[in-house]
Write a new protein. Sequence first.
Length: 236
Amino acid sequence: MKRKQAVKISALLLTTGLLLTGCGDAPIELTSQEQQIIAQYAAHVVTKYNLRQKEGIVPVSSELMEEMTAEPEPEIPKEEEAQPDEQQPGDGEESRPAENHASLTQILGLDGLQATYAGAELVSTWQEGETTRLIPTAGKQLLIVHITLSNPGEADIPSDILGTRSVFQVSLNGSDNIPAQTTILLNDLGTYQGTVPAGASVETVLVFEVPLEGINSVDSMALQIIRDEVRWNVDM
């Protein structure tokens, strides 16, 4: 009778183990102490009804049972250390690049060359040569800013303004800053790569798209350049 009861208990333990693991669910993770308690308890029950085994097993220690039945102490979360906000360009006034004043020549680092503002105009289209024609998007017009690169020296001077990665912006008649257009013009100042002959000059332009409505003339204009994360106000 006792032997049959032991078999029933063993089957019950096996069934319980299968129910705990589930079918298709993630297995329940146990600590080493929990595994030891379950193993000892299962062996103790089986041994209790096993007449062929004279020696029982070591009973489950009271310390392990207390650890299993005791409620875990709530974990007190640590206060998160304040991390400084990473500032990105354009994320607010404090994150904007520092503003400085300098001439075009100084900002662009034109060694031996001189950059001079030569006027600005509003146009509906811009024709460069016989093949290149710039047309603004609907509701816009083009603002053409003329910049002259002069070489007063006695030797030809190469210039690579494209390599400076400068960003040009303009504020027209008190408007917000408007970025320059990237064009395929060979004399686009923002992408200029060429050589200015000795004693000569090269006419370059910056092209901006500005609203057509409400802007009929260039009353005031402020040119800015962002280079190496520093914002420069151009003295013209």
